[in-house]
Design a protein around this ligand. Structure first.
Ligand SMILES: [Mg+2]
Length: 194
């Protein structure tokens, strides 16, 4: 039994990152900030009980795009943090000396200032670690020692293609069992400690 657990851990670790991780890029929306809930509210739709990922080209009944609603400084600033955001930041900070928040602003200018203020309000000293990238996040990847934690499949794939390691923190609703959150926090801690 113990042997099976060791093997499973080994396989998990090798799969995600065969190299020692010395840098982390931690995504905001979908990981520590509940963009989905804010976007659904802005579009007048209820927050789903089950995990739900908003497609980029999401349209309302009048064919209006998601980005018509999700804009302005206050929209971005007022996004609620997920209940686990402090714990996740702490796991990264406790186990890695060189890490950054990484986020891709939208084409809306308010997205820049709103995200800046979100970090200022919900983290301690996070402004110094806030990294906004346009286009692909993978341009920020510095090699196999660099771990991206992100909810988006495409971002994780591009990061891996650029030679980095990625942990996909799939979008989860606020009602998700604490057990699942803890499992993910433990997995990330293991990755960073080895
Ligand atoms: Mg995201």
């Amino acid at each position: 039994m113990a042997w099976r657990s060791i093997m499973r851990y080994f396989q998990f670790h090798q799969m995600i990152c065969p190299h020692k991780i010395t840098r982390v890029a931690l995504d905001m929306d979908g990981v520590i900030a509940n963009f989905c809930k804010a976007a659904r509210a802005a579009m007048g739709d209820p927050y789903p009980k089950e995990p739900f990922q908003i497609p980029d080209g999401w349209l309302d009944n009048n064919d209006k795009n998601l980005w018509v609603y999700c804009k302005g400084h206050n929209f971005w600033k007022n996004i609620k943090p997920f209940p686990w955001h402090k714990k996740l930041i702490k796991v990264v900070d406790d186990n890695c000396d060189d890490w950054r928040f990484i986020t891709k602003p939208s084409n809306d200018v308010g997205s820049y200032s709103g995200k800046y203020e979100w970090i200022k309000e919900h983290t301690k000293g996070g402004i110094d670690k806030l990294w906004m990238v346009n286009g692909s996040k993978a341009y920020a990847c510095t090699g196999p020692h660099h771990l991206l934690i992100d909810d988006n499949t495409k971002n994780c794939e591009e990061w891996r293609a650029a030679g980095g390691a990625a942990y996909q923190w799939s979008e989860i609703s606020a009602n998700w069992p604490e057990k699942e959150v803890q499992k993910r926090l433990d997995e990330i801690e293991e990755l960073l400690q080895n």
